[in-house]
Design a protein around this ligand. Structure first.
Ligand code: TMP
Length: 212
């Protein structure tokens, strides 16, 4: 089941998703839509607590399955209590990471396998998918450099993973975008924020005819 105004943003660390989500929110507001911007892991109170466990360095090494179950747990709360009600109320939902992050990070990055992750999501959360997924693609080296703001911001537990992990996530995203070209819009995240904003708003106008 595909949901009309459910748009997700994906990408490796440091890909600039939050900047572009804000800009796309302004675009939809200018067209008279009510919007909800939310994120994963998080989006609810228990989801934010689970986020803390997932990204805090004090959690140390978590089993890949533990990570996946925590992602699914926060998503269950988020999907049923926040995302679905907002869509039913006619809002445009813009979500910073969703199901595809689990496939990229736990499936490809941690090596659980994309199929296993997809099956687990479907088994418990059904086939509730975004109608459009903006993939801001950036190499691990460049993305991690951006994520620690030239050495001024401490990297979190996931960001601290070895480069090979981030490379598997990057490659995984490419495979996912290739497999579903009708849903994914893949954009090189190294360009200027204004250029990226324009590519995204053009893709949105193209997808949702009647918006321009
Ligand atoms: P963020 O830094 O973009 O907010 O995301 C937090 C981290 O959580 C990021 O390293 C990606 C990771 N993540 C997963 O590993 N699996 C998931 O399903 C989600 C939603 C995020």
């Amino acid at each position: 089941m595909v949901n009309r105004y459910f748009i997700t943003f994906e990408g490796p660390e440091g890909s600039g998703k939050s900047t572009q989500i804000k800009r796309l929110q302004s675009f939809f507001i200018s067209k008279g839509f009510e919007t909800l911007v939310t994120r994963e892991p998080g989006g609810t109170k228990p989801g934010d607590s689970i986020r803390e466990v997932l990204i805090s360095k004090s959690s140390g090494n978590l089993e890949a399955e533990t990570e996946l179950f925590l992602m699914l747990a926060q998503r269950c709360e988020h999907l049923r209590k926040i995302i679905k009600p907002a869509l039913e109320a006619g809002k445009v939902v813009l979500c910073d990471r969703y199901f595809d992050s689990s496939v990229a990070y736990q499936g490809y990055g941690r090596g659980l396998g994309a199929e296993k992750v997809r099956k687990a999501h479907e088994e418990f959360l059904g086939d509730f998918l975004p109608s459009m997924t903006v993939l801001l693609q950036i190499s691990p080296e460049e993305g991690l450099k951006r994520a620690n703001h030239g050495g001024t911001k401490q990297l979190d537990r996931m960001e601290c993973e070895e480069l090979a992990f981030h490379q598997r996530v990057f490659d995984g995203y490419n495979k996912m975008a290739e497999a579903e070209p009708e849903r994914f819009v893949k954009i090189d995240a190294v360009g200027s924020p204004d250029v990226i904003e324009k590519i995204i708003s053009d893709a949105v106008k193209n997808k949702f005819r009647g918006l321009s």
